[in-house]
Design a protein around this ligand. Structure first.
Ligand SMILES: [Mg+2]
Length: 348
C-alpha cells in the first residue's frame, strides 16, 4: 500500500506542458451532443439548447483531502470525478462535461499522472461525460486536483435544497457510514505498516467499506429513476459531509425542522460489525462520517406509494415546522438536537 519505488519514472520536463496535456488527454473522446468543441482551442464550446446549466467545482488537496499512502492514484482520479458528478445529480440534473486541472510537484513522474488520468478516464467513460479542458501546472509540494462538472436539466425538473415542506418525507438512497469506516480501516493498516512494513494488510473482511472510501459511485441512476417513478423531490442534496450536516442544510434552506429516526438509518452489515470492532457508535458514524455520496431528498407524502418497497430508497424521517427544530429520535424514543459536525469532527 505504499508507493512502488521500482516502477519506471519519466520526468515531466521531458514532455513540456503542452506535450503533457496532449499525452494525458489523447485517449479521451467526445461523446456528448452538447459538446461543440472540447480540448484543443482557447475555450470549450457547449450548446444546451433549451436546458438549464448546472456547474459545480471541487478542489482536492494532498494531505487534506487524500493520503497517497493508501489511496492509489487511479482511484483518486476516479473519486475526484465522482465527488463533482454527485453534486450535479443532487440538482436532479444529468452530468455531461468535466474539466480537470492539476498542480503537481516534481516528486510525481509521468507514470503517476498516467495512473491518475486512467482513473479519470474510467469515470468519464462509465458516467458518459466529456473531458473538455483543464490546466496543468507545477506545485512546490504535493498534488492538487480541481474538477469542474457541468450538467443540464430542464427548468421544471431542477431540485434545490429549499423546497422541503412540513409533513414531507425524508428519504435517503443506499446505505451510510461505509466510506468513513473504510477510512478507519485504511488508517489503521497504515499505522501497522509504519511499524512493520512486512505486515501484509488483510482487507478481505472490509472489501465493501474500503471500496466505499476508495471508489465511491455517484448516484447517476437516481434522477433517472425518480423521473421514471414520476417523483420530483421537493428538496435534494448529496451526502458528502455526513447525514446530519446535509439534513441541516435542507432544514435551513427550506425554513423547516425535521424528525430523523435512528432505527431507520440504512447501514450495511459490514458497517455495523466494523463499528463494533472499532468501538464506534454506528449512528454517530452515519450522521457525521460523510463521503458516502448518496442522495438525501424530501418528497410529498402523496408520492410515498411510488417509492414504497423500492430497494434504492429508505424513508428515514419527516419534515416538521421550523419551530419544532431538527432532531434525532433515538431507539429509546428520546429526542436529541441534530448537530452539523461533519467529517472534520473526526480529525485528531
Ligand atoms: Mg453537495
Amino acid at each position: 500500500m505504499i508507493e512502488d519505488k521500482n516502477q519506471s519514472r519519466t520526468q515531466l520536463e521531458a514532455l513540456g506542458e503542452f506535450g503533457l496535456i496532449d499525452h494525458l488527454t489523447q485517449a479521451f473522446k467526445i461523446t456528448q451532443e452538447s459538446t461543440i468543441k472540447g480540448i484543443g482551442d482557447d475555450a470549450a464550446v457547449l450548446d444546451f439548447a433549451d436546458k438549464q446549466l448546472v456547474v459545480t467545482t471541487d478542489l482536492l488537496v494532498e494531505g487534506v483531502h487524500f493520503d497517497l499512502s493508501y489511496m492509489p492514484l487511479k482511484h483518486l482520479g476516479y473519486k475526484a470525478i465522482m465527488v463533482n458528478l454527485s453534486d450535479v445529480f443532487a440538482m436532479n440534473a444529468k452530468a455531461s462535461q468535466v474539466t480537470v486541472s492539476i498542480a503537481v510537484s516534481n516528486r510525481f513522474p509521468l507514470e503517476a499522472l498516467e495512473a491518475l488520468y486512467a482513473g479519470i478516464k474510467t469515470a468519464t467513460d462509465l458516467y458518459n461525460v466529456d473531458l473538455i479542458g483543464g490546466d496543468t501546472t507545477s506545485s512546490t509540494s504535493g498534488l492538487l486536483i480541481s474538477v469542474t462538472a457541468i450538467g443540464q436539466v430542464s427548468k421544471q425538473d431542477v431540485v434545490y435544497r429549499n423546497g422541503a415542506k412540513p409533513n414531507d418525507l425524508l428519504v435517503v438512497t443506499g446505505d451510510l457510514g461505509g466510506a468513513y469506516m473504510g477510512l478507519q480501516v485504511l488508517e489503521r493498516e497504515k499505522a501497522v505498516f509504519k511499524v512493520n512494513p512486512n505486515n501484509q494488510p488483510d482487507l478481505e473482511p472490509y472489501t465493501y467499506i474500503v471500496e466505499r472510501q476508495l471508489k465511491p459511485e455517484a448516484r447517476k441512476d437516481i434522477p433517472v429513476l425518480l423521473k421514471e417513478l414520476g417523483v420530483k423531490p421537493t428538496a435534494m442534496i448529496d451526502i458528502s459531509d455526513g447525514l446530519s450536516s446535509e439534513i441541516l442544510h435542507i432544514c435551513k434552506e427550506s425554513g423547516v425542522g425535521c424528525d430523523l429516526y435512528e432505527n431507520k438509518i440504512p447501514l450495511d452489515p459490514q458497517v455495523i460489525t466494523t463499528c463494533e470492532e472499532f468501538q464506534l457508535d454506528s449512528t454517530t458514524v452515519a450522521l457525521n462520517g460523510g463521503e458516502d455520496y448518496e442522495l438525501l431528498f424530501t418528497i410529498s407524502q402523496e408520492d410515498f406509494p411510488k417509492i414504497k418497497g423500492n430497494p434504492n430508497f429508505t424513508v428515514i424521517g419527516y419534515i416538521t415546522e421550523a419551530s419544532a427544530g431538527a432532531h434525532l429520535v433515538t431507539r429509546a424514543d428520546t429526542k436529541i438536537a441534530l448537530k452539523a459536525q461533519g467529517w472534520k469532527s473526526f480529525e485528531k
